[in-house]
Design a protein around this ligand. Structure first.
Ligand code: SF4
Length: 320
């Protein structure tokens, strides 16, 4: 099949738009959608200046999503004196998995001449995920611990590095899955948090010293297109499944969404745009309430609605 824009062979067909694109026009289309999302979310303030540059901290795991985001951000802002990008990698302590992806992060940061920081659960919390899986006193899925620990470190270090925004590489599939999971679980508060953390107006944020607004510039790009972009650009992405991956519900939702997308192209885009509207309404409902209830964890100072935050409670259960 020929590319819709030139005479080269198409490397992809997008069912949701009907487009057939060659390598050059496909890569340009991904970059255009990411840049459009950055503009729509107002990530570069009008008054950004080289004298007082915006600092963006990018969560860089070494997987295809964060590697593609790092590359596009560098292509777009690498020579823009108004933006400083710092890559932050979290090492969970998973033998045979994270070491290889940390190598991919180091290689990419070197190639792009990005400042790169590495922090680990072991150094920060005295635990490794491999040990958590062995000992787990709560009988919880490994991802339930890991997600809380990772979020805490990303937020804490983004604040410590004085970030204006914390960027992550969530793609369209990730976001549509999360949206459906929250809807199926009837979790309105989680929807509100999702909106507030990734889309809400920045000036209405809680004033917690640990709060840094989130941005997800890849959230309009389907996962397969992110993978194809990484492949075509020969980026050093590490593509191996974590041995402790345990989110069974997410797996079911992923299968459901893939089937729906096959039968009804465009389903993921529709879910996400509808969800963002619902989440915005949920955020309006919870905003005043949750801000008033927020306080600092008495052990670590993170923002929480309880005396002790979830991360500190999980660490306590692990007897750390
Ligand atoms: Fe952590 Fe689960 Fe991701 Fe593995 S799959 S790195 S355990 S959150």
């Amino acid at each position: 099949m020929e590319c819709d824009k030139c005479e080269r062979d198409a490397v992809m067909h997008a069912g949701y738009s009907g487009a057939h694109l060659c390598e050059k026009h496909f890569c340009a289309s991904v970059e255009k959608r990411v840049r459009r999302r950055i503009r729509r979310d107002d990530l570069v303030p009008r008054d950004a200046s080289p004298e007082d540059p915006e600092r963006w901290v990018l969560g860089l795991s070494g997987g295809k999503d964060s590697v593609v985001l790092a590359q596009i951000l560098d292509d777009t802002f690498g020579r823009d004196p108004r933006i400083e990008i710092l890559a932050l990698t979290i090492h969970e302590g998973i033998e045979g998995y994270r070491d290889a992806s940390v190598d991919a992060c180091v290689e990419l940061a070197d190639d792009l001449d990005l400042r790169h920081e590495l922090v680990s659960y072991e150094e920060e919390f005295g635990v490794r995920m491999d040990d958590v899986v062995e000992d787990d006193p709560e009988g919880m899925a490994p991802c339930a611990y890991c997600g809380v620990f990772r979020r805490d470190l990303l937020e804490t270090y983004a604040a410590e590095f004085d970030a204006d925004i914390l960027l992550t590489g969530h793609n369209l599939d990730d976001e549509a899955q999360t949206a459906l999971m929250n809807v199926f679980e009837g979790d309105v508060e989680q929807m509100a948090k999702h909106f507030d953390a990734s889309l809400g107006p920045f000036d209405e944020r809680t004033e917690s010293p640990h709060f840094v607004p989130r941005a997800k510039p890849l959230r309009d790009i389907p996962e397969k297109e992110v993978a194809l972009y990484a492949h075509l650009k020969d980026l050093p992405a590490h593509i191996t499944e974590c041995p402790h991956a345990s989110e069974a519900f997410r797996g079911e939702i992923q299968e459901l969404l893939l089937k729906l997308e096959e039968d009804h192209p465009g389903t993921r885009h529709s879910i996400l745009s509808g969800y963002e509207e619902i989440a915005s309404m949920a955020a309006d409902r919870y905003r005043g309430e949750s801000t008033a209830e927020m306080r600092e964890c008495e052990r670590c100072g993170s923002k929480t609605t309880r005396d002790v935050c979830r991360k500190c409670r999980l660490l306590e259960s692990l007897a750390v």
